[in-house]
Design a protein around this ligand. Structure first.
Ligand SMILES: *Cc1c(COP(=O)(O)O)cnc(C)c1O
Length: 387
């Protein structure tokens, strides 16, 4: 059966060029980068090259990059690390109601340990108002964390404006840029952040490797105590092949990003236009323009997102309802509730995310089947009958 992957926001396939770049670091160049001998030094050089590539991409300095085991670790390191480094100054953190679990869970963990967390709301498009952030600031605020773009609805947040507020008040500012790095331009100075998280598997790199950008002078408590890797900020032998893969993936994105974003946006807009034309009573979730070029998120009234996914999967189409992390629970997505959808409408959500290997015929295939699936499921829906 033909299989079509339209779930790039959950993870991406690893680019074959990335795999090729990683390969030597498993056998020929397997040395421990902390070793003095040539095996070690060639691994160390590869890591430092990747660090340089990533730093340049972000407008940062190489020494401001710490490699981690993915986006979740980078988020935890930024949030709990800043909280415990600055707790003498204050114990108040500001974040939003639409963050990824990798941000909300460390915040809730800190809340149980005496920190005060303010979860700022968003408007119907999922946009955070910088004025709301400003208003939430107290003399105890030590950290603000707002995601660059939302992983479910694709809305891109006004990070630079919030950064300006944070900078003025001298409060650390973190952004989870896991959905944007490799997809749209990300510059740590333009965004005015102290801390920025990213993850290789969201931009055609391998899973289990990411990075935290830490602006020079930003104090963080470290989590992994052991060797003095990463200038003492994170112990553990480097994931050399993973880091090399991350570097190669960034290099490819640097080159391909403008064209890819434009092509994906074109296909996405066609998808949105045709879905509206072919299916009655659908809504687009997220901002109509200020959104990731590869994201479309619909609510199809009267039916369940899970049923749509199962029907699509039987046709070989992989999409998502809400985020992959919540796909095992039947609770409606907290992001969709935060933008004001009723639980019934939130349940009928379908996220379609495009990527490097998405073809126009893939979108046409989806468009050929989705209206029929919606009609079939509505015919069986008690909600639809009562209308
Ligand atoms: C995927 C994702 C994460 C988690 O990254 P991992 O590398 O999978 O741990 C964090 N934040 C956002 C917005 C994500 O999309």
């Amino acid at each position: 059966m033909k299989r079509i992957y339209l779930d790039y926001a959950a993870t991406t396939p690893t680019d074959p060029e990335v795999i090729k770049a990683m390969q030597p670091y498993f056998f020929e160049k397997f040395g421990n980068p902390s070793s003095i001998h040539t095996f070690g030094q060639e691994a160390k050089k590869a890591i430092e090259d990747a660090r340089e590539t990533l730093a340049k991409f972000l407008g940062a300095k190489a020494e401001e990059i710490v490699f981690t085991a993915g986006g979740t670790e980078a988020d935890n390191f930024a949030i709990a690390g800043a909280a415990y480094a600055l707790e003498d100054k204050g114990r108040h953190i500001i974040t939003t109601g639409i963050e990824h679990h990798a941000v909300t869970e460390p915040c809730k963990f800190l809340e149980k340990r005496g920190f005060k967390i303010t979860f700022v709301g968003v408007d119907k498009y999922g946009l955070v108002d910088p004025a709301d952030i400003k208003q939430a600031i107290t003399d105890k605020t030590i950290l603000i964390s707002v995601m660059h773009a939302n992983n479910e609805i694709g809305t891109i947040e006004p990070i630079a404006q919030i950064g300006e507020i944070a900078q003025e008040k001298e409060i650390y500012f973190h952004t989870d840029a896991v959905q944007t790095v490799g997809h749209i331009p990300v510059d740590v100075n333009a965004l005015r952040v102290n801390l920025l998280s990213l993850s290789a598997h969201k931009f055609y790199g391998p899973k289990g490797v990411g990075a935290l950008y830490i602006r020079k002078g930003t104090r963080l408590m470290k989590f992994l105590h052991g060797g003095d890797q990463e200038k003492g900020r994170r112990a553990s032998t480097h994931n050399t092949s993973g880091i090399v893969g991350l570097g190669k993936a960034i290099e490819l994105c640097q080159e391909k990003m403008p064209e890819e974003a434009e092509f994906q946006k074109k296909l996405r807009d066609k998808l949105i236009k045709e879905v509206f034309a072919k299916i009655p009573e659908v809504y687009l979730n997220g901002h109509p323009e200020i959104r990731l070029p590869n994201n479309a998120n619909f609510s199809i009234k009267y039916i369940e997102g899970e049923s749509i996914l199962i029907n699509l999967d039987m046709l070989g189409i992989a999409a998502s309802t809400g985020s992959a992390c919540t796909s095992t629970s039947l609770e409606p997505s907290s992001v969709l509730l935060a933008i004001g959808l009723s639980p019934e409408i939130a349940h009928g959500s379908l996220r379609v995310t495009l990527g490097r290997w998405t073809k126009e015929k893939d979108i046409d295939y989806l468009l050929g089947h989705l209206p029929g699936i919606a009609q079939k499921l509505r015919a069986m829906s008690p909600l639809y009958e009562k209308k």
